[in-house]
Ligand binder design. Sequence first.
Ligand code: NAD
Length: 253
Amino acid sequence: STTGLAGRAVVVTGAGSGIGRAAALRFAAEGAKVLLADLNGEAAEAAAREITEAGGTAVTVAGDLSDQAVVDQVVATAVERFGSLDVLVNNAGIMDRMSAAGETEDAEWERVVRVNLTAPFLLTRAALPHLLATGKGAIVFTASEASLRGSAAGAAYTASKHGVAGLTKSVAVMYREKGLRANAIAPGGTATNIQVDADREAHGPAVLGSYMRNVGSPAQAEEQAAAIVFLASDAASNINGVILPVDGGWAAV
Ligand code: NAD
């Protein structure tokens, strides 16, 4: 394998479902040791069992990653169980209600920004000393089409995912001399379990209209996972600070 991921210690957040789950399974198939973190502990356990039953190494941490104590537990568990932390995949995220700024309530704004942007920041900060210690650490963020345009979601999600793109680039620039790479995928519509609020149908298409049109049919989570694993791997050794659309061409429109 040219990925260089065999034996590496990888943390994947949101690993109980969708893109994160597919990424965790793919890292394990490359021989990496995987820590699966998710709010839904049972879902993370089920994915971890799939890895261990196939002969891989997996541990789980259940909890809300917007909580500093859970973040610290994730990093401590990875280092204790695996001896290092080589790759961090900041993937967990939630959708907003497709609300325009004027209709966005404090609670929606604060929760979406906290989970989608602050939690990845907290985990990045906590993991950095360990990622730097390896001399070739990598962080991959799951950004979004909403990191690139204003027509893919509501105000809170769009702002949070533009923030993720900014965090990706800042980390890429600030730590490049230390051998750490930070990149992001920007998925277009992808078939997962992400919660689509009932209000979304009312808010989103009504206001956004034809802008909501995606190119082609939804991607599979495995197509996003393949790009995450590539960006984390030695095959991407000179790729840093990139926001990679994985969207069948939507970003080109
Ligand atoms: P998903 O709902 O299938 O999986 C997300 C997982 O994250 C769930 O298991 C959930 O329990 C977990 N999670 C949510 N909040 C958490 C928290 N606070 N702490 C810990 N775990 C938490 O959704 P998905 O589509 O696989 O989403 C993964 C990422 O992809 C998200 O960041 C999302 O914004 C992004 N994304 C998805 C799409 C899409 O169309 N599905 C498009 C662009 C970007």
